[in-house]
Design a protein around this ligand. Structure first.
Ligand code: AMP
Length: 394
């Protein structure tokens, strides 16, 4: 079928694939993990069935992509070539304000941005090259996590550092999860029946990674992630905001820069605080059974989030809705309750029944009738947005 859209999302040791039709229905989704090792494996979900997939040696991204595509062909979900391929690219620096059809110049620009995202951009390029080799005639489109936040004003993106760090090395706040926040703005405008250009929301994307964005008249004007996706909210394994003085303190205790980096990215957040897990569902169960550290981890998460909701109001002149999305934002009534409990001064309050049903019974709305502002739960779907962008830009 030439009418399919392929979405490719390459991580350092994983590769996610999704296949959509032109009506944006997901036909299949697949994941290959432990790439680069001898026990690489994959699975593909389609038609309510899960298929286990062997990744042949050398078990790298190219081998995984070929094996997953072959499975799509075997299942006759992909015949011939896809209409277009959309690639998630983490860092577009200041070069991209929108998705871009991939040309040699675009590849050069992604390579230049690799200095800002050394763990992500090079592996995103591996995915792009492998897909180009498989489908040389098919338009390939890069969809950047950072692009939507290029509308941030200077006062929101500059760090209070000597100017040369920005001018010479590009040290500034870029923001991430842009695809999801942009989708929230569009969906909120549709649900609230307002033109996007007149819609202002605070969008909280709460998954394993978490970020919050102030969207004014449809445009991103402030966001919690910065130069890297480490800044801001408490996340699954990432610390979010810290005192920069901590670096010298930990250095004095003998931790190397690489060890500190690992600590803050992989061993902190909900996992570090709870000492148990980064998974909010498990933490909620533990807390309900009296696990004090799990309960405290949830409270630190919610309080930090509430502080950021307050901070985001500094960038807005009106608020049409506070929006929750991501695995936690969409599914955790507890997190929403404990966050909104800190926001009484803003006049926000929840309807417990609608909140418990995640707004599915009330067209996404979960606010109490007395709440000063609407509160919405909207499921995000980054892969679908990438598929749509691939179609639009091909
Ligand atoms: P994501 O990265 O968007 O897939 O989100 C992953 C996070 O969502 C994990 O912390 C999950 O535990 C959390 N999550 C998913 N479902 C639920 C649920 N029903 N209740 C609480 N947290 C959930």
């Amino acid at each position: 079928m030439e009418d399919t859209l392929l979405v490719v999302n390459c991580g350092s040791s994983s590769l996610k694939l999704a296949l959509y039709d032109r009506q944006m229905h997901c036909l299949a989704s697949a994941l290959a993990e432990r790439l680069g090792s001898s026990d690489a494996f994959g699975r593909l979900d389609a038609n309510d069935q899960r298929h286990q997939i062997e990744i042949p040696a050398p078990g790298d991204h190219d081998a995984a992509l070929a094996a997953l595509i072959q499975q799509l062909r075997t299942l006759q979900l992909l015949q011939g070539q896809p209409r277009a391929v959309g690639h998630r690219v983490v860092h577009g620096g200041e070069s991209f304000t929108d998705a871009a059809r991939i040309t040699p110049e675009v590849v050069d620009a992604i390579e230049r941005c690799a200095a800002l995202a050394p763990l992500h951009n090079p592996v995103n390029l591996v995915g792009i090259r492998a897909t180009q080799a498989l489908f040389p005639e098919v338009p390939q489109v890069a969809v950047f996590d950072t692009a939507y936040h290029q509308s941030l004003p200077e006062h929101a993106y500059l760090y209070a550092l000597p100017q040369r760090f920005y001018q010479e090395w590009g040290v500034r706040r870029y923001g991430f999860h842009g695809t999801s926040h942009q989708f929230m703005a569009g969906e909120a405008a549709r649900i609230l029946d307002k033109p996007l250009s007149e819609t202002s929301i605070i969008s909280a994307h709460l998954g394993n990674g978490c970020s919050i964005t102030a969207i004014r008249d449809g445009q991103s004007v402030d966001t919690s992630m910065g130069l890297t996706p480490l800044e801001g909210l408490v996340m699954g394994t990432r610390s979010g905001d810290l005192d920069p003085g901590l670096f010298e303190f930990l250095g004095g205790k003998g931790l190397s820069p690489a060890e500190i980096n690992r600590l803050l990215n992989q061993d902190s957040g909900l996992l570090g605080l709870s000492g148990e897990t980064n998974d909010m569902r498990t933490l909620t169960e533990l807390a309900a059974n009296g696990h004090r550290q799990a309960d405290l981890a949830i409270e630190v998460f919610c309080f930090r989030l509430a502080r950021y909701v307050g901070a985001m109001t500094a960038s807005l002149t009106q608020l049409d809705a506070l929006v929750f999305t991501g695995g936690i934002g969409e599914n955790s009534a507890l997190v929403r309750t404990r966050t909104v409990a800190h926001l009484q001064l803003l006049g926000l309050s929840l309807d417990n029944n609608h909140n418990d049903r995640h707004g599915r019974d009330n067209q996404h709305h979960i606010e109490h009738a007395d709440s000063r502002f609407p509160i919405l739960v909207i499921p995000t779907n980054e892969e679908r947005v990438i598929a749509q962008s691939a179609l639009n830009h091909s």
